[in-house]
Design a binder for this molecule. Structure first.
Ligand code: GLY
Length: 598
């Protein structure tokens, strides 16, 4: 039933037949159900957004009619928007934004890393997942990162040429363009080239992040040459950062396509750098690299279809698993930030991360029980064991070793075009600036993604994440990821495009965006700003952002949670597609992001 008609019937029932005349004089504002937020009521048929803004909302999203780009860096968003306005589709814009971020957000945007893209094609009515995750070089072996006493050598694993996986980004963007692109390849690479050549304004967040990585970079003259001044002084906010070598590499990629990176001049420079520094990547590794098209994982949650990234990312599987568990309870009634809701979320998160440690890895090498992990029946058995009055100690779920060390820089962007095609991309170098190593003469930062493997199964990685044999190092294997680019559908239409950086917190950040939009009916700006929580089983702590009420924290403590307040988590870039148009919002947790549309 159309919602206006349904609302009129409700008014009729409320006032009774005798009240008919007053009903006719109800002002339009009151007759519009979007004005009033349902408190504790779940209504799957209510649109997720409306231009008829709720007077209860403290913040509102960006609105556009035709196309929209949400990314973590304003110049890159602008590049994507220009491509859409020139008649490019969402994939064209995604390719251009991917290259632009490699210049304007060098902490995470990249050519020397890897990631994942979800593409919804309206003409085919299908979503495909493009996996451009890095692979372990052919020379990589299971115990590569163990020292003579069998311990993990963290420097080799995270800050050396051996930390680098064979990059996938250029191949991934090229594959997406080949399958879905409309504009010429060159037109999508050139905006990034110009930004690298002319230079970008150094904003405070870039200056600060460079200071933080300085110690790592001092070991690598090629990195210092680009990211610090000739005398080694740091760039200050307001300076201009030119990346001439990167501009040359982008010029080659614009002319020759991905081959320039995997077989041409760039490949030769990269391998020369590897050979001079005991790195493992060979010309054959680069030549043999392939981005792969995979079938996304699919779930169903309170009347919505959830489409997300399959392995070798753990993101989609565990997003769906946690949603399935949470479907047991009426979260809308329990309230978005109540201890009752947060307790259920934390308990569900723990169970999912425990399963992650056991079962997830590269699907081309290990068999992953995806159907079981994402099944409603399995979720039901897990939910049945959640005690609503007591937090279950992580050690009761599975033994593990807490590890407080953390890091994390990845980036996500979301795009919708005027035809309704939608793209969600999360890609990364792993740490901020990856390994900190720039390929001499090519200006390309290299990832340190090998740390996402279980260097020693059972020992946590830099995010404190434990994984096992399924994620052991092996030649040609892709390390397990948490990246969770996600599309939500209602009645066959895309209604939400979202994703986030944040290392191990990516899955729970995306989860909360979905819950805030679907269960709590927040507009996408409010859904983004709401305080986040995270539990990853090990360490056994409930990490929360500032902003929860002390009463809630006390109640959670009373249930047995070890609540710790730490830095903010994630940086979502989200677009909601509603009947009236597009509503987007860039997470302000990291400075410099922009959602824009036309
Ligand atoms: N490097 C972080 C991830 O892939 O999850």
């Amino acid at each position: 039933m159309p919602r206006r008609l349904a609302h009129l019937l409700n008014v009729l029932l409320l006032f009774g037949p005798c009240s008919l005349p007053p009903m006719l004089s109800v002002p339009p504002a009151l007759a519009e159900p979007a004005l009033v937020k349902p408190v504790g009521q779940f209504d799957a048929d209510r649109p997720l957004e409306s231009t008829f803004y709720s007077a209860r909302d403290r913040i509102h999203p960006i609105f556009a009619r035709s196309g929209m780009v949400a990314s973590q860096e304003a110049l890159a968003t602008q590049v994507g928007l220009d491509i859409l306005k020139q008649g490019g589709n969402a994939v064209d814009a995604a390719v251009a934004v991917g290259f632009a971020l490699a210049v304007t957000l060098p902490q995470a945007g990249n050519l020397g890393g890897g990631g994942f893209m979800l593409v919804y094609d309206t003409a085919q009515k299908q979503t495909e997942a493009i996996d451009f995750r890095e692979t372990a070089p052919a020379a990589a072996r299971r115990n590569l990162y163990l020292n003579a006493t069998g311990e993990v050598d963290e420097t080799r694993l995270r800050h050396s040429h051996q930390a680098v996986g064979t990059p996938g980004t250029v191949a991934g963007l090229a594959l997406a363009h080949q399958r879905h692109g409309r504009l010429p390849w060159r037109a999508l690479v050139e905006p990034a080239l110009h930004l690298a050549e002319r230079g970008i304004l150094v904003r405070p967040e870039l200056a600060q992040s460079l200071l933080e990585v300085r110690q790592q970079m001092t070991r690598w003259p090629a990195s210092m040459k680009i990211f610090f001044k000739a005398d080694g002084a740091p760039y200050q906010p307001g300076d201009t950062l030119v990346q001439a070598d990167l501009a040359t590499s982008l010029g080659l990629i614009a002319e020759q396509g991905a081959n320039a990176f995997y077989e041409g001049a760039i490949a030769e420079k990269l391998v020369a750098d590897m050979q001079a520094n005991q790195g493992l990547i060979s010309l054959d590794d680069l030549k043999n690299y392939r981005a792969v098209v995979r079938t996304p994982v699919k779930g169903h949650y309170r009347g919505y279809d959830i489409i997300s990234m399959p392995p070798p990312s753990s993101g989609g599987v565990h997003l769906i698993q946690i949603l399935n568990i949470l479907e047991t309870w009426p979260l809308a009634e329990l309230g978005p930030e109540s201890a009752a809701t947060l307790h259920r979320m934390a308990e569900a998160m723990k169970l999912a991360y425990a399963d992650r440690s056991e079962y997830l890895g590269d699907p081309d090498f290990v068999k992953i029980p995806i159907a079981g992990l994402t099944s409603k029946a399995y979720a039901k058995t897990l939910a049945a064991h959640i005690d609503l009055n007591r937090a279950r100690p992580a050690t009761d779920i599975k033994p593990g070793q807490p590890q407080p060390y953390e890091s994390g820089q990845t980036t996500h962007y979301s795009i919708v075009d005027r035809d309704g095609n939608a793209v969600a991309v999360t890609y990364t170098l792993n740490f901020a600036y990856g390994s900190g190593i720039v390929v001499a003469g090519a200006g390309i930062l290299l990832n340190n993604e090998m740390d996402d493997f279980a260097a020693k199964p059972g020992v946590p990685n830099a995010y404190g994440l434990i994984s096992g044999e399924a994620n052991a190092v092996g030649p040609g294997k892709r390390p397990l990821s948490s990246m969770t680019p996600t599309l939500v559908f209602k009645d066959g239409q895309v209604v939400l495009v979202t994703g986030s950086p944040g290392g191990s917190r990516i899955i729970t950040t995306v989860l909360q965006t979905v819950l805030n939009v679907i269960d709590h009916r927040m507009n996408i700006a409010e859904a983004t700003l709401a305080p986040r929580i995270h539990h990853q089983w090990q360490p056994d702590e409930l990490r929360v952002e500032e902003g929860l009420s002390p009463d809630t924290v006390r109640l959670l403590g009373g249930l047995g949670h070890k609540v710790v307040v730490k830095d903010t988590m994630g940086n979502t870039q989200s677009i909601v597609r509603a009947p009236e148009g597009l509503f987007g919002f860039s997470d302000p947790r990291r400075a410099g992001s922009l959602t824009a549309g036309y």
